[in-house]
Design a protein around this ligand. Sequence first.
Ligand SMILES: OB(O)c1ccc2cc[nH]c2c1
Length: 239
Amino acid sequence: MRLDYLSIFPAYFDVLDISLVGKAAINGLVEIHAHDLRDWTHDRHRTVDDTPCGGGAGMVMKPDPWGEAFDEIIGTESDPSVHVIFPAPSGTPFTQSAAAELSSAQRIVFCCGRYEGIDHRVIDYARSMWTVHEVSLGDYVLNGGEVAALAITEAVVRLVPGFMGNPESLAEESFSAGQDGLLEYPLFTRPVSWRGLDVPEVLMSGHHGRIASWRRDESVRLTRERRPDLTDSDSSGIH
Ligand SMILES: OB(O)c1ccc2cc[nH]c2c1
């Protein structure tokens, strides 16, 4: 899997060299390429923004640098196997299932907007050429797309076959199919008693059936409490 990042702050992605994703890069599972969008400007100030048509506050990212960067980084041929991701507050909520789908992609290009956003024609052009995802991490606004690109990268790469040492652990995580899309149950380890707080007795019973039942009940309880929106989903198994 090749991952490209287009940003006016490409140093954001240096962190990928030290994180788990960095190990995947060393193992050859992923290739990481970060690019400075200003490398595709031609004026002395390396300008990437301009005032919004129709007025309004702030600045909008000009289309030209993006188009020239696309030509060099991705090419000028249409290819639906290339996934181009635009993080944006107006995007579709990013989910674990979307991460799972993207984990089989061979090419992902992250386009990290800044200012008030990117000229919409850049997204329209990308849609005419590749498979585009406009995605949001949640109902809050960051200062740009870089942090979202990092979060999406981690969610996707950890699902790439061969990345996780113990892939079985993926099956019991929140939102996973193995959990019926429910939130993960509370976890405990030694010591059994800590500051007057004890590990639930059932987990020390050695009775696998009771333990599984307790964990399921806790997942259902937590999901109903914190994410009632998930309890109606077909995959949740609870309604
Ligand atoms: O919250 B976000 O994920 C996000 C993404 C892109 C831009 C561009 C300007 N502000 C942004 C915020």
